[in-house]
Design a protein around this ligand. Structure first.
Ligand code: SF4
Length: 479
């Protein structure tokens, strides 16, 4: 049976019902509603930790738990969550945790090369509709098969990169060498336990509190059997599954079917041995000996696209070329946006160029596309400016004006929170042409002069030339 959101009344009945407000909500009913909408975490209701609510706490946890377990990987600076999915099809709700992309480094690299690659992985960033799309994890492979060298490489990785780690080797001695330098300050993923090493890998995962990938490429029966043993008999909780990643006509078909089958069984049949995050290894294309590297990058990109589309919660790649990563991070972004909500960016004050007290102040909505176009148009014009992004719940300017979301109160919120009043001399707001009919409201609430800007932000440069002169500014302020 597919996951069904519990009724808030059902949750409410199990809460302490004291309306104490410790969760940040006015009352228990409001908290129950937030909980089923994934806007709150059950642990925010701290009274539930008391002995008398122990049973209720467990029951609520079970009711809101996703069919696919969520695993958290950590470095001292970063946290990456994988899995935690509730639905097979995005339109049924939304996908929760975007597929984490890990890029490999290996322990045979000299220190400079290793650091250079780590910096390239960590600094990869592509700005897309107001969001910074980035990579998530570093996968450290052992090609030396020398525990000491792996230990040294792990040390270099953690000193030069803040991303959480996947430690890759099928040799438990190598994995132990890597884990031993993490000092319990990280929660890495071990890749991987197989039918030949699972006992030793399970011991390491337990001793070092690590997540563990179970790999059985091309053999789903063994994958399920190992999962049953490691989770039920050995008691490892944070496991992920790798059914294998293959190319060629039969290989691609197997790959898609295996991932889909596992996820389908978790979501629609509640099959517990499939209810774990799925790990994909498009990097396996690099083990093919004689192919042209460009072909390999192309195949790795294709495999990664398939994996992101068909349920992989994390993938391990080798290619760091922009032309390979760019389509992947954009595709991932598209799949993992909430289909029920317009794409929004954070509200607040943005700085464009080097604005000072004489620079103009623009106002726009937090609909990602609008924000992206407006900020780009201002940047392209070479202006130094302030840009107020107000909370219109992700609606575009014209829609938010009609829905009464583009209002003076929202503009005032940002002015106050950002301290903009102390940053500029001329208290003038330039609002979009499409918001002309709320200019009076904005002026009344903020007490700033409001100028209605162009209908299309591409006209901002010519518009600003006309109105942003000392004479015109004086005229506006006195008008
Ligand atoms: S903390 Fe718990 S008991 Fe208190 S208001 Fe929130 S839900 Fe109710």
């Amino acid at each position: 049976m597919p996951w069904k959101a519990p009724n808030p009344i059902e949750i409410y009945k199990m809460l302490p019902k004291t309306n104490c407000g410790k969760c940040g909500e006015a009352n228990c009913m409001a908290f129950a509603v937030k909980l089923i909408n994934f806007e709150a975490d059950v642990d925010q209701c701290t009274p539930l930790f008391e002995e008398e609510y122990k049973e209720s706490y467990q029951k609520i946890k079970a009711l809101v738990a996703p069919p696919v377990k969520e695993i958290t990987l950590k470095s001292p600076q970063r946290t990456v969550k994988i899995g935690g999915e509730y639905v097979l099809c995005r339109h049924e709700l939304k996908y929760m945790n975007p597929t984490a992309i890990a890029i490999d480094v290996d322990d045979s690299m000299d220190k400079d090369t290793l650091i250079k690659r780590l910096k390239a992985i960590e600094n990869f960033s592509y700005e897309y509709v107001g969001r910074k799309l980035k990579l998530d994890l570093v996968a450290l492979r052992s090609t030396s098969n020398d525990p000491k060298q792996y230990m040294k490489a792990t040390q270099t990785v953690i000193e030069n990169c803040t991303l959480p780690l996947i430690l890759c080797s099928q040799d438990p001695r190598i994995i132990e060498a890597g884990l031993s330098v993490l000092n319990g300050k990280h929660k890495p993923m071990i890749y991987a336990a197989t039918k030949d090493n699972w006992r030793e890998m399970a011991d390491l995962a337990k001793t070092y509190n690590s997540a563990l990938t179970i790999a059985s490429p091309g053999d789903l029966d063994t994958l399920i059997s190992l999962t049953k043993t490691l989770t039920e008999d050995v008691g490892i909780e944070d496991v992920a599954l790798d059914p294998g990643c293959f190319t060629g006509i039969g290989g691609l078909s197997y790959t898609i079917k295996a991932y889909t089958q596992l996820r389908y069984k978790a979501m629609n049949e509640g099959y517990k041995y499939a209810s774990y995050p799925l790990i994909g290894t498009p990097i396996s294309i690099w083990t093919k000996p004689h192919e042209d590297p460009v072909q390999k990058i192309m195949w790795e990109t294709i495999l990664s696209t398939i994996m992101i589309t068909r349920y992989a919660d994390a993938i391990i790649m080798h290619s760091l070329e922009g032309w390979s990563l760019l389509p992947l991070v954009i595709w991932r972004f598209q799949i993992y946006t909430d289909p029920r909500k317009p794409v929004a960016v954070e509200t607040g004050l943005r700085v464009i160029g080097n604005p000072d007290e004489n620079s103009p102040v623009f106002v726009t909505s937090n609909y990602a596309l609008t924000y992206s176009i407006v900020s780009n148009d201002i940047q392209r014009s070479g202006l130094n400016a302030w840009l107020i992004v107000i909370d219109t719940e992700g609606l575009a300017v014209d829609v938010s004006v009609a829905a009464k979301k583009f209002v003076g109160d929202k503009v005032m919120e940002v002015i106050k929170e950002s301290g903009l009043e102390d940053k500029v001399k001329n208290k003038i707001l330039i609002i979009p042409g499409k918001a002309a009919r709320v200019s009076g409201d904005i002026e009344e609430v903020t007490k700033w002069k409001v100028v209605v800007g162009p209908m299309d932000s591409s006209e901002i440069p010519s518009f600003i030339k006309k109105i942003w002169t000392p004479e015109k500014i004086k005229e506006i302020l006195e008008g």
